[in-house]
Design a protein around this ligand. Structure first.
Ligand SMILES: [Zn+2]
Ligand SMILES: [Zn+2]
Ligand SMILES: [Zn+2]
Length: 307
């Protein structure tokens, strides 16, 4: 009998050992890695999405990062995606709660803000949830239904951002939005720098070709500690349509541009925001192997970034 009790004690102790230690200071967690439409993409019957339609484990949600502070038990997300419901469940699995203290928006393309609909009357009916947005993005939400209703009945409370101006989410986490060139039909587009413990994470899910930006991305990578960068398309010709209408930097172009970086700097780069046609979504594809061989990284859902 006594041996059995010892066994139970040893067994329960072993079971309580966390497999991956949760950070004790503020950190960033990846909640989604796909382009706006998610993966697989609606109505896609091509080879790119075939496996993912058949195997739900291969599905990927739209790009989204969470910023978590385990000390104050606060958490924020960057972008409210169409997959916000699943993404907040993933967050809850790691932190024990899906409760949000705010949302930071990048721009008004469908993958980046339409998840806000879940905060209205029909679903959560939140009370003044802070939503951080640039001036045009803020006006877009204030002046167009159904988003205007969220503002009017105070489900959300819009907080206007200023580009290149750093502000504090709390005493451990600082944020700096900055403008990037993109197809700005309804709003401007920003990327974010997240500053925690003197370290910086750069997040640019959507941008036009690097050459169109007045910032030298290669120099910027040297200054930050992590860089989560637009990897919508792997290479030219991936879509049948004229790809100059959607001028994202191809991953092949980015890797060439970053090829002279040191190995340490290359390792900071985490590609994210993959279109359904991007072979980086396919596990062990030649493209994935190429990226890893060149010493760059791929963002993964559930990945925790330590500071
Ligand atoms: Zn996007
Ligand atoms: Zn597809
Ligand atoms: Zn976009």
């Amino acid at each position: 009998m006594r041996n059995l009790i010892y066994l139970i004690i040893i067994f329960s102790f072993a079971c309580n050992q966390p497999t991956e230690k949760t950070p004790t200071t503020a950190y960033v967690m990846v909640l989604g890695v796909a382009q706006d439409a998610g993966y697989p993409q609606m109505n896609c019957k091509k080879e790119c999405c075939k496996q993912a339609w058949e195997n739900p484990e291969l599905k990927r949600t739209t790009s989204c990062l969470a910023i978590v502070d385990p000390i104050s038990k606060e958490q924020w997300i960057i972008d409210a995606t169409p997959n916000i419901k699943e993404q907040l469940q993933l967050l809850k699995q790691k932190t024990g709660t899906e409760k949000l203290d705010g949302i930071l928006l990048t721009h008004a393309h469908m993958g980046h803000y339409t998840g806000l609909m879940h905060f209205g009357r029909e679903v959560m009916g939140t009370d003044n949830l802070p939503v951080f947005a640039m001036p045009r993005m803020k006006t877009f939400l204030e002046e167009n239904g159904p988003w205007s209703q969220l503002v009017e009945i105070e489900n959300i409370s819009l907080q206007q951002l200023k580009s290149d101006s750093t502000f504090s989410l709390n005493k451990r986490i600082k944020i700096k939005p900055f403008l990037v060139p993109h197809r700005d039909e309804f709003s401007e587009t920003v990327g974010y720098e997240i500053l925690i413990n003197e370290k910086t994470l750069l997040f640019i899910p959507d941008i036009d070709k690097w050459g169109k930006w007045d910032t030298d991305i290669t120099e910027l990578i040297k200054k930050v500690d992590y860089a989560f960068l637009d990897a919508t398309f792997y290479k030219n010709g991936e879509l049948k349509r004229d790809m100059s209408e959607i001028p994202h930097p191809f991953v092949e172009e980015s890797m060439l541009l970053f090829s002279n970086l040191s190995e340490t700097d290359k390792q900071k780069v985490h590609f994210i925001h993959f279109n359904h046609t991007n072979p980086l979504l396919i596990e062990n594809s030649t493209a994935q192997k190429e990226v890893l061989k060149k010493r760059f990284n791929l963002a993964k859902e559930g990945q925790m970034i330590r500071f």
